[in-house]
Design a protein around this ligand. Structure first.
Ligand code: FAD
Length: 383
């Protein structure tokens, strides 16, 4: 794996993230989870380390590294704490990359350096009460009025919303009474008419911030439209393809974090006079976990590498996200089993990994949606 995908620059970055995750994130992860507290101090430290703009071009203040570097960093962070990893991933893949991908030069200059340096956090508002998997069914409208759009509607489950400086949102675009389709806007969070709800109380990702947005006659300058009315939604969908690689990376990290705890425990726990890894039923669980994690890592890294070669990774990113998120569910479930009763209590952490794993099968396209995408892509080749 190392020789296949990583060069010296990758290795330096991965070592740095690993050090940070082990020394700063892991020691507080259980407490952040228990208190459902957003990790503001850690985000500031990550910003200082340059981790809030890994794949952003250097000309816009990022590290100018590739998707392989970014995915490997998300994996390392998720091994310690998935909430911290998703905070970084949602900010980067969803809050920043749509502007890098589709912003005008002016928009890039105005927003991307602040995002890449971590001066402000980014978020991405696509999902609505009536538009989740069916994201194009958005009911939020932006009606053109002179040089502005008047936006009304709402969004749900928006990661980082309560701490963000800007949120990229989708709306129906209406001009002179005509619906031009679904477009996108960059919305600074101090915009009048934007209301941000309280944090959602969730099963996992408890230290990640998830909120509803309400738009009440929110006026946004036409200059803040991302792309054109015709291609704003396409930009969001393209963004999600890259985002799926980072959710796959989160799956690998979450699975590996739980697996490593189970592996260690299996050498320490003695039953019937021997360490429990001496029982084949335990060691085979560890073998299955290690094998599946390796396979998931290869899928994620391969998708990242192909993306870096400029290839369309619609199928590969969906496969990586689907497989890695399901591996995360299986591995965290088995990790609890290896720890027995201790797996079920908070002090041993694997129950946190288990709770953090489930959302990976839901966010940025459910497993069912990934299967639809993969099926569509493979069937294209025989039509
Ligand atoms: C913690 C968290 C953070 C999130 N962060 C963000 C964010 O930052 N930004 C954002 O925009 N969204 C975010 N989301 C929303 C997330 O992307 C959606 O929840 C997800 O896309 C599913 O949409 P839904 O919840 O409306 O489920 P639905 O679309 O209602 O799906 C319900 C069930 O029906 C199935 N289903 C739906 N359509 C089909 C179909 N055609 N074929 C087969 N099965 C189908 C689904 O797979 C699922 O099992 C977040 C969600 C969570 C839980």
């Amino acid at each position: 794996m190392d020789k296949l995908f990583f060069n010296d620059e990758h290795r330096l970055l991965i070592d740095m993230v690993k050090d940070f995750a082990t020394s700063e994130v892991e020691p507080v992860a259980r407490q952040l989870d228990a208190e459902s507290r957003f990790p503001s101090e850690l985000v500031a430290q990550m910003a200082e380390l340059g981790l809030m703009g890994i794949p952003v071009p250097e000309q816009y203040g990022g590290a100018g590294m590739d998707t392989v570097a970014y995915a490997a960093s998300v994996m390392e962070m998720a091994k310690a704490d998935a909430s911290v990893a998703i905070t970084m991933a949602a900010h980067t893949s969803l809050g920043t990359m749509p502007i890098v991908l589709a912003g005008t030069e002016e928009q890039k200059q105005k927003y991307v350096p602040k995002l890449a340096s971590g001066e402000i956090l980014g978020a991405f508002g696509l999902t609505e009460p009536g538009a989740g998997s069916d994201a194009g069914a958005t009911k939020t409208t932006a009606v053109k009025d002179g040089n502005e759009y008047v936006i009304n509607g709402s969004k749900i489950f928006i990661t980082n919303a309560g701490h963000a400086g800007i949120i990229n949102i989708t709306t129906q675009i209406i001009e002179a009474g005509n619906n031009l389709g679904v477009g996108a806007f960059i919305v600074p969070t101090d915009t009048t008419g934007l209301k941000i709800g309280p944090p959602e109380k969730k099963m996992g990702w408890k230290a990640s911030d998830t909120r509803q947005l309400y738009f009440e006659d929110m006026r946004v300058s036409a200059e803040n439209m991302l792309g054109t009315p015709a291609d704003g939604f396409k930009t969001f969908l393209k963004t999600l393809i890259g985002g799926r690689i980072s959710i796959g990376a989160l799956g690998v990290g979450t699975a590996e974090g739980a697996y490593l705890k189970a592996l260690k425990y299996s050498t320490e726990r003695v039953a019937f006079g021997k360490p429990i890894h001496k029982f084949q039923s335990v060691s085979f669980k560890l073998a299955d976990m290690a094998t599946e994690i390796e396979a998931a890592k290869l899928l994620v890294m391969h998708a990242a590498w192909l993306k870096d070669q400029g290839q369309d990774v619609t199928k590969e990113a969906a496969m990586a996200k689907l497989f890695a998120s399901e591996v995360a569910m299986r591995a965290t479930t088995e990790a609890i089993q290896v720890l027995g009763g201790y797996g079920y209590v908070k002090e041993y952490d694997v129950e946190r990994y288990f709770r953090d794993a489930k959302v990976l099968e839901i966010g940025e396209g459910t497993s069912e949606v990934q299967r639809m995408i993969i099926a569509r892509e493979i069937l294209k080749s025989i039509q």
